[in-house]
Design a protein around this ligand. Structure first.
Ligand SMILES: NC(=O)c1ccc[n+]([C@@H]2O[C@H](COP(=O)([O-])OP(=O)(O)OC[C@H]3O[C@@H](n4cnc5c(N)ncnc54)[C@H](O)[C@@H]3O)[C@@H](O)[C@H]2O)c1
Length: 454
């Protein structure tokens, strides 16, 4: 099939490259000229395991093309994917300007039937708006080409996006058009061999399915963080509780890791957007409001632990003269994405308190540099060891595998105050204390009074 994908971000580029790899002819369109120029030269602007080789191979084999010329893409493709951003608006609702702009572009240039597939995460009713936008442009052109708008939400996980796209566990298709159903089945046939993964439903249900999925996952995280905070106060260990409840098959082990809050480009904005939708319906979502509030609190939890440790019975919030190492900046491992990452709350909080930061992340250094620029109180270091030079404490914000088995003796000599604040519970508290560290995880039954562990 001839496919155009609008948006070459985490969703569009991965989807485009995977569809090209499956034999489709794909044109990726973006308004960002630098991104498109880079892609033509084999430079992939995001870190996503396995993506670069797929992009380069697709381009070299002539299956995958990159352009800023939307007209060329619309005229030469029968299926048009929308995979542009839907960032939060001022009030937290999803900003649809990019999606509707693509719809307008499609209406301007289509010259026959088109299947329009929306992959962006959008509020219920957006397919109708896309439909109306295209129709209104066609009316202005005095033409009346036929088209279908399908909702096909994306469930990929950053860090595993290529694999998720190649082997999706479900393919949700929202449409009432028999013609669109047939075309979508044909499009996804290469990914649907082992067993039928296509789940057909109404457009509105498909749109809400995406929000329901992300909100359910965010709820699991916030629930566990609430339990972790209780465990901390009750002298229990949330990691033991995690095993205790995960072993119940009705609950399961997935997505019940306690930590320093969720971030990224999806959960925070999608929870907020559904809260706004519910408010607009005069049916405020008590659960989602709580999920968001717990997460906001949790993102500040590492700073709370740091304050309590350094308050020494005196003034908290003063880290003048302290240098803190931060391991992990991305919102999760295997990505360079720092949107809404907990690390940003930690960095900004440390700076507010007068501390200097030495930070390391295996993938997100460039992105962090782009956001914060050059500043005296931030040293972006090339390795995890370099980040520990001359520091007083270590904070772990992302559970990258390379942080799991460090050289503990080296850490003991380099970290002046021998204290670790672990936002992802990657070490064993007992072992760390035996080694001589003050160690604080999330919900691990330790409360801090001054410098003491009780
Ligand atoms: N990132 C994820 O893990 C993920 C997972 C599932 C769904 N989603 C959803 O998919 C959508 C895209 O997310 P993303 O993370 O890929 O976004 P992104 O910000 O990484 O990329 C969006 C791209 O769209 C481009 N763009 C904007 N307007 C355009 C236009 N008129 N024509 C062509 N390109 C245009 C931008 O330049 C940018 O490159 C969002 O709605 C998001 O919620 C994201």
């Amino acid at each position: 099939m001839n496919i155009a994908v609008f948006g070459t971000g985490y969703v569009g580029l991965v989807q485009g490259a995977v569809l090209a790899d499956a034999g489709h002819h794909v044109i990726c369109v973006d308004i960002d000229e630098d991104k498109i120029e880079g892609l033509k030269n084999g430079i992939v602007h995001i870190y996503e395991p396995g993506l670069e080789s797929l992009v380069v191979a697709g381009y070299e084999q002539g299956q995958l093309h990159f352009t800023t010329n939307a007209q060329e893409a619309v005229e030469n493709s029968d299926t048009l994917f929308i995979a542009v951003g839907t960032p939060p608006d001022d009030d937290g609702s999803a900003d649809l300007q990019y999606v509707l702009k693509v719809a307008e572009t499609i209406g301007c240039h289509m010259n026959g039937y088109r299947l329009v597939v929306n992959k962006s995460t959008v509020p219920v009713g957006t397919a109708d708006k896309v439909n109306e936008q295209i129709k209104s442009v066609l009316r202005q052109r005095n033409t009346d080409f036929d088209f279908d708008v399908v909702s096909n939400p994306e469930f990929l996980k950053e860090g595993a996006a290529v694999n998720d796209c190649k082997r999706p566990d479900r393919i949700v298709i929202g449409t009432s058009s028999a013609r669109a159903r047939v075309k979508m089945r044909e499009l996804y046939a290469p990914f649907n061999r082992n067993h039928d993964k296509m789940i057909y439903m109404s457009v509105r249900s498909a749109e809400l399915t995406k929000y329901a999925a992300n909100c359910m996952l965010a709820t699991k995280i916030s629930f566990m963080n609430e339990m972790a905070n209780l465990a901390e106060r009750l002298g229990a260990d949330i990691e033991e509780i995690r095993h205790g409840i995960g072993s119940d098959s009705r609950i399961g082990y997935s997505f019940i890791y306690p930590g320093a809050g969720y971030g990224g480009s999806c959960f925070p904005k999608d929870v907020q957007a559904l809260i706004r939708t519910a408010n607009a319906l005069d049916y405020p979502s008590r659960i989602l409001q709580a999920v968001e509030a717990v997460n906001e609190h949790q993102k500040g939890h590492l700073l709370e632990l740091i304050d309590r440790f350094y308050s020494n019975g005196g003034s908290a919030n003063n880290l003048d003269g302290k240098t803190i190492a931060v391991w992990g900046l991305a919102f999760k491992p295997q990505t360079d994405d720092v949107r809404e990452a907990t690390s940003r709350v930690v960095l900004e909080g440390l700076w507010q308190r007068g501390a200097r930061v030495r930070a390391f992340d295996p993938a997100a250094m460039q992105e962090t540099q782009r956001i914060y620029g050059d500043r005296e109180d931030l040293a972006l270091c090339g390795t995890r060891e370099e980040a520990l030079k001359g520091v007083d404490a270590l904070v772990i914000c992302t559970e990258w595998k390379q942080f799991w088995s460090p050289d503990y003796n080296e850490m003991l000599t380099k970290i002046g105050d021998r204290v670790i604040f672990d936002g992802r519970n990657i070490y064993d508290p007992e072992k760390m204390r035996t080694l001589g560290f003050s160690y604080y995880g999330i919900g691990r039954g330790l409360s801090i009074t001054g410098n003491e562990i009780q």
